[in-house]
Design a protein around this ligand. Sequence first.
Ligand SMILES: Nc1ncnc2c1ncn2[C@@H]1O[C@H](COP(=O)(O)OP(=O)(O)OP(=O)(O)O)[C@@H](O)[C@H]1O
Ligand SMILES: [Mg+2]
Length: 511
Amino acid sequence: MENKCAIEMRNITKRFGQVVANDSINLKLYRGEILALLGENGSGKTTLMNMLSGIYQPDAGEIFKDEEQIYIHSPREAYEYGIGMIHQHYKLIEVFSATQNIILGLNDGKMDLSAAEKKVKEICDRYGFEIDPSKKVYDMSVSQKQTIEIVKMLYRGADILILDEPTAVLTPQETNKLFKVLKNMKMDGKAIVIITHKLHEVMDVSDKVAVLRKGQYIGTVNTSETNPQALTDMMVGHAVSLNIDRPKYAEPKKKLIVEGLTCIDAEGIKKLDSVSFCAYTGEILGVAGISGSGQKELLEAMTGLYPVKEGSIRFINDSGSEVELVGLTPKRIRATGVGMAFVPEDRLGMGLVGSMGMTGNMMLRSWKNGRGALLKKKEPEELANRVWKDLDVVTPGVNYPVRRLSGGNVQKVLVGREIASQPEVLLTAYAVRGLDINTSYTIYNLLTEQKMNGVAVVYVGEDLDVLLELADRILVLCGGQVAGVVDARNTTKEEVGLMMTQFNTSGGAHE
Ligand SMILES: Nc1ncnc2c1ncn2[C@@H]1O[C@H](COP(=O)(O)OP(=O)(O)OP(=O)(O)O)[C@@H](O)[C@H]1O
Ligand SMILES: [Mg+2]
């Protein structure tokens, strides 16, 4: 059966000042199909979709719905055409229930809440969503909030759904659930666009893949007739190697000794339970675990951002003397001469100023280091230029305001700044989240380069394939405890996966 074309974009062009974000793009979305929209950071994916969701209007080109030309002037008009887009930041009212959020702005006040709840439940049952219609948003996980956004679009009758990097904030299990729902919606005749940088997800969920490169449309291929390597080459425009080199460092030395680390959160829940391990110079120590197993608390405790109940974190100086970090603030840690860099999970807290360019933001970190007063303008500018070049940041220049950059390029500035700061210990949480595949490999190479310079790298990651290829050893966390430390060269995904869940049934103590 031939699927019907729901939306056609013809010769769509969009400029921001001198930046041509979309250059005469042609794209077709079909009913009963999932289209993955693929492209490097800054290639124009979000911009293109925002012209369907009514946020931007094209400078040139035409949009057709069911072969009739339409003009979408606002998000409200997009709804009326049955187009719904789920953005990365959800705009929900925390004190409202799921249903209250879903009907917000509809038929003002006349709505019967229990009738609405019934309809919400019907939508959920039909597609396999799992939410409680009367639950308040503040009690919900990120994945549940995302579900509300999707149900909200369906409630409004959307039959063309666009999801911009929906899986960036989901665990692999939640991603699987989302994909099941998307497949159900597709079977129901909806046209779906998903933006994701994870190629295994593209292969898993999509029927077709459309590729953009530097604002231009490269082509559309059938998913069943392509593979990750071919897609990467199409995206980047030349052959790219998807291999990670893992050289061995000659003389690893102990750099950080963590012993009996225990942390308790504000509600009295144990987030870290007597965690002990060492990080060595010239080593990438991978940290694996189901999300929420204590990864975040561990890195924050090591940088002085999370209160420690018990235990010690000792940093070993080049001279061999030890500095106890527990009890010190991040500022005190820096003042004692401990060179630590940190890429946290929550990047917004990292002190990036949107109105400043890359150079200004490089200086910001140096100021935090307490050396700002001595810095000449030249040093951060060199740093900015290096990050610009190494990570291929899509920006007209190092002084261009970072808030104008695409999502992934903002991430590059943050991650690049930390790596370029020449730390002795480099702690990273989900360093490649939101980054395109080519840049992700550049980051892996940069981390390995740091390791070979003798840096102790701690890499918290969610992709087991990458952890197994990149890390020297892997620390596996489970429910805030250390399930074990394995040699990454001599383990398997299955072994690590098993360790990640080992305490869930037995609840036993570790070693
Ligand atoms: N509001 C804006 N003002 C100025 N430039 C913008 C604006 N929005 C996007 N751009 C520019 O348009 C280009 C495309 O950005 P877009 O956000 O569409 O990329 P993307 O493919 O979604 O990238 P990512 O994978 O990083 O999210 C980038 O060069 C970006 O800097
Ligand atoms: Mg984007």
